[in-house]
Design a protein around this ligand. Structure first.
Ligand code: G3H
Ligand code: 13P
Ligand code: ZN
Length: 334
């Protein structure tokens, strides 16, 4: 199966009301973990590279990693997505590599830190939609800003999405999916207290309101790692120093999916899973120095986590529900 436009994966998810995890990729072990588990549970895949990942992999390595994924797993639908594009140039770069989906994060200026005005957001996002749709590529936009600055993406200020701006943003930009800010943040340090259903740490009402106003919109939840406590414990037991912290619980993500979220972004959890596995090997077997002996367990740990997410978000079992669309099909559609 070729790479598919992300819009198809999200449209199909909407038909059956499930969510699809977006996993960030920076290296071979992550890509293998994501694909191996997708194949085992028969899930479609959204694999994402941030601008940092493009730099880290020197562009050409991420391109061929993506080609290896579809060659090794020809039956699994895979969308290759640019995470947090910061302008038309980054979008063009991703499309030139063969990505089938891009995010233009126009909620922030090109520095990926300073919040923009609504009009600035519309302008830059529309320019990316015009460019991407001509070649059949899906576009995700963002309205509102997340908290968190530790990964270099984010203003540190939370501005929840205003549901009353959504229709106008969609009309003016033509995006296929929209990231909404509901109080999550990137990175491991999301909440100091354990979220429970009574604390209202996340603005689920924003998601529900948007869904009631624009039921066909594919919403995206960023900053949705769950920060499993057992991984934090394993890291700290083996010499790590992660301060107490909590992530977005799976029950909250499921609530979002029930209210129209179709894409759920997860990066930090894979970082935690691999670090926990590597630290365990280093701590328990200090004589080991073959990278395969610690990157292999890291890959297995990520595969286990990824599999849990495919099942929890409901995408497991849906890889073969549909015939793959092509970018040519999408060009005609737009
Ligand atoms: O949204 C941010 C992702 O977690 C990517 O992080 O820029 O460190 O690759 P990164
Ligand atoms: P986490 O840091 O919660 O994994 O969020 C990742 C993300 O939103 C990537 O765009
Ligand atoms: Zn994000």
């Amino acid at each position: 199966m070729p790479l598919v436009p992300m819009k198809q994966i999200l449209d199909e998810a909407a038909k059956k009301s499930y969510g699809v995890p977006h996993f960030n990729v920076n290296n071979m072990e992550q890509a293998q973990a994501i694909m191996r588990s997708a194949s085992e549970v028969e899930s479609p895949v959204i694999m994402a590279a941030s601008r940092g990942a493009l730099k880290y992999t020197d562009l050409i390595f991420i391109k061929h990693l993506m080609m290896a994924c579809i060659e090794k797993y020809p039956k699994i639908p895979v969308a290759m997505h640019l995470d947090h594009g910061n302008g038309l140039e980054s979008v063009k770069t991703a499309i030139s590599l063969g990505f089938t989906s891009v995010m233009m994060d126009g909620s922030l200026k090109e520095d990926a830190k300073t919040p923009t005005t609504f009009d600035e957001n519309v302008k830059v996002t529309k320019s990316c939609v015009d460019y991407a749709h001509k070649v059949g590529v899906t576009v995700e936009g963002e309205l509102g800003t997340l908290g968190g600055i530790e990964d270099g993406v984010g203003s540190g200020q939370v501005h929840l999405t205003d549901p009353n701006q959504v229709k106008e943003f969609l009309q003016k930009t033509g995006v296929d999916a929209l990231a909404v800010a509901i109080g999550t943040s990137h990175g491991a340090y999301k909440f100091k207290i354990k979220p429970d259903p009574d604390k209202n740490l996340l603005a689920m009402d924003v998601i529900r309101k948007i869904h009631s106003m624009v039921p066909k919109l594919h919403m995206v939840m960023h900053g949705s790692s769950s920060v499993p406590q057992e991984l934090i414990a394993q890291i700290n037991k083996n010499g790590g120093k992660i301060a107490p912290t909590f992530g977005v619980p799976l029950w909250a993500i499921k609530e979002g999916i029930a209210a129209g979220v179709r894409k759920v972004n997860v990066d930090t959890d894979l970082r935690l899973a691999s670090t926990a596995a590597i630290r365990k090997v280093f701590y328990e077997s200090p004589e080991k120095f073959d990278p395969r002996e610690y990157l292999g367990p890291a890959r297995d740990a990520m595969a286990a986590l990824v599999k849990e997410r495919y099942v929890a978000f409901g995408s497991a079992g849906h890889a073969f529900d549909y015939e793959p669309a092509t970018l040519e099909d999408m060009k005609k559609f737009y």
